[in-house]
Design a protein around this ligand. Structure first.
Ligand SMILES: C[S@@+](CC[C@H](N)C(=O)[O-])C[C@H]1O[C@@H](n2cnc3c(N)ncnc32)[C@H](O)[C@@H]1O
Length: 236
């Protein structure tokens, strides 16, 4: 039964090559060609059911989005969600600025070329609370080292989580890599849900329960950092 279910999921994904990318390695260095333009590429690593990346792609047609997850069932659900968010598209219709890609992020360097991305969103990444699992956290310095390669000069990482311990770990990780942070928040929605930021599935659940959301932006690219410093020098 399980096998047939999985086969069904695969078949469903294979029917949607204009939205679902099952072999991201073949597009390494060719994502601009895939989208047919040179607009900036923003990715969500660990997109889950894809609410965030779908909504972002609706709000910002001039940015190309890639949602990445390692489970094909989540990709199938994300594809459904994306088609609904874009007005109820059929399975054979594409969304010009969105791709959903299957990848275990351990192998992220096989999928993206140096400087190919402008922004990485890490939303509610699994906290892996046990110390022996620390290397699986998507903000572990080994992951950051890879992100720093694939981000371009304007590159940023936007990170949010409900886990105080993951947030603490991540701030140390960013600092260890010499990265500068801005807009650090220990309770993102303290004054009500922020309408300028798209909430994720997990986020809506946690906010409903009254839990604080931790967030920060990390400046990776040299131009992103320079622009930030320049702005601070301007009179307020
Ligand atoms: C807690 S969920 C958060 C989902 C979504 N970002 C949200 O906020 O609603 C974390 C997601 O990260 C994915 N994930 C964790 N480790 C991963 C890895 N190494 N490669 C790809 N995806 C991963 C999981 O499959 C899961 O869908």
């Amino acid at each position: 039964m399980r096998l047939r279910g999985r086969k069904g999921i695969r078949e469903s994904l294979e029917r949607q090559p204009d939205l679902v990318v099952l072999d991201g390695k073949s597009l390494k260095g060719r994502w601009a060609e895939y989208f047919g333009n040179t607009n900036p590429i923003h990715v969500e690593f660990g997109m889950g059911k894809g609410r965030f990346v779908s909504e972002q792609s609706v709000r910002n047609p001039d940015i190309n989005y890639i949602g990445v997850d390692m489970y094909d069932e989540l990709l199938r659900r994300a594809a459904e969600k994306a088609r609904l968010a874009h007005g109820g598209l059929a399975e054979d219709e594409s969304i010009p600025n969105l791709a959903l890609a299957l990848c275990n992020l351990e192998y992220v360097l096989d999928m993206f070329e140096t400087g190919e991305l402008e922004r990485i969103y890490l939303n509610f990444s699994d906290p892996w609370p046990k110390k022996r699992h620390a290397r699986r956290r998507l903000t572990h310095h080994e992951f950051l080292r890879k992100y720093m390669l694939i981000l371009n000069d304007w590159g940023e990482i936007h990170f949010k989580t409900d886990s105080m311990s993951l947030f603490e770990f991540s701030l140390n990780s960013f600092a260890d890599m010499g990265l500068r942070m801005r807009n650090i928040s220990l309770n993102l929605h303290a004054e009500g849900l922020r309408e300028d930021l798209v909430p994720t599935e997990y986020e809506l659940k946690f906010v409903d329960r009254g839990m604080p959301i931790y967030r920060c932006e990390v400046l990776v690219g040299k131009l992103a950092l320079e622009e930030h410093v320049q702005r601070l020098k301007e009179p307020q």
